[in-house]
Design a protein around this ligand. Sequence first.
Ligand code: ACM
Length: 506
Amino acid sequence: MPLPPLVPEPTHLSVLPGRFTFDATTTLKVTPGADAAADLLRTLLAPATGLALPARPDGSVVLALDRALTGLGDEGYGLTVGTEAVLLRAARPRGLLAGVQTLRQLLPVEALHPQPVPGVAWSIPCAQITDVPRFPWRGSMLDVARRFRPVSYLRRYVDLLALHKLNVLHLHLTDDQGWRMPVAALPRLTEVGGLPHGGAYTRAELTGLVAYAAERGVTVVPEIEMPGHVRAALAAYPEIGNHPGRTYEVWDRWGVCDTILGVHDGALDFCRTVLDEVMDVFPSPYVHIGGEECPTTEWHASPEARRRVAAEGLPGPDALHGWFMERVGRHLVDAGRRPLSWTENGADLPPYFTVMPWRDADHGRTAVRRGHQVVMAPHRTTYLDYPQSAGAEEPPGQAGEVVDLRAVHGNDPAPADWSAEEAARVLGSQAQLWTEYVPTAAHAEYLTFPRLCALAEVVWTGRHDWPGFRERLRHHRTRLDALGVPRRLFPTPPAAGRTRPKEESS
Ligand code: ACM
């Protein structure tokens, strides 16, 4: 019997004869603790199917939270589909949420349409599934600093992550070109830093987003860049910089800006004030404080920075970077959070930092050997701002690489030749969508899909079955169509010598 084309593929899946059909008489049996999964199932299925799925003590679709279940971890689930009943079980609520997404993918693709689709039999194949993710960190970073996206769009993005059992939305909230995070004590950050490229969030919007994401098993991880990539903050509060009396504009160019934070107490107080508000809004255990691409020219030239070097007994101004990250990271640790940072190999960061090696995959191994937990983000396999093919029809993107679907699928966060101890420090991996070259939401989705499906497959399954993935993706692409994810940005007219437009890589 053919296996249903699920993305990501379950750990164990067998198909049995027969089908179960959801119809107007179908009811849910919801055990204590399973209400969130019941709500999500109803929310996801209602628009296309119109099914109400009320709760009844003898409901035929059983959603069961059983904390005594072993082997499923925080996010695994078991799903048994028979002709008369469905049993979804997990040890933790997040496992049930993952199972709900599997039920949704087992249904006919019309179930994903935003509008009612009449005349469809809402049936799923009888099956036995046990499914446990390989990695606990499965995410996507969206740069909303370079291009602001309204929170309504972020909700859609969360929905697309959840469909793929991804569980982290990493929001890059601040950069040289914009500041999107409201901080009550520092209103100019969004008044001045939020202006270019369109706006800033309100605290209520972000709090609402966090709740919306949690209902779908997704954690929103905030990122505030420091000590570099801070030009928008300097435009709002120049006194946190290195040049007393100088004023700044929010940066209107792309690249690495050499204006960075000062290392005086005022700059550190600024960071702590911002992060206190960030921690109020985002319950995420992890808080990202940037850390990359920080030219130290200003610190070399600054008498104040040199005084700090002497007072702290540092070897020179370059060492202020690790000193700064430690000071701010310690503030997060004291508040019960875990600091996260971009890095090459973690060289100047304390081991209690979780790091995202973003240049070469090999740097990840150096970082774990230094004792860091890592979330792998190597640019050649996870940076979705690079074009996905070398074809002339690709819209302009980040220069330097082509990151095709196969490259993303080839991302191996903890390769087989790493020791068990090294592999145990790998939390997982995530995609990066920097948005310098991503002017619209449609463009963001064009770049994100289907490559994010490949990342989801790898981090959930830990397997690299390329032919099997490609085959399942052919069907999965029709799910993305139903959700309105664009296949191509610009219509490709049939060119001379071509019988039909070039197909996507899916
Ligand atoms: C980065 O690409 N700036 C981490």
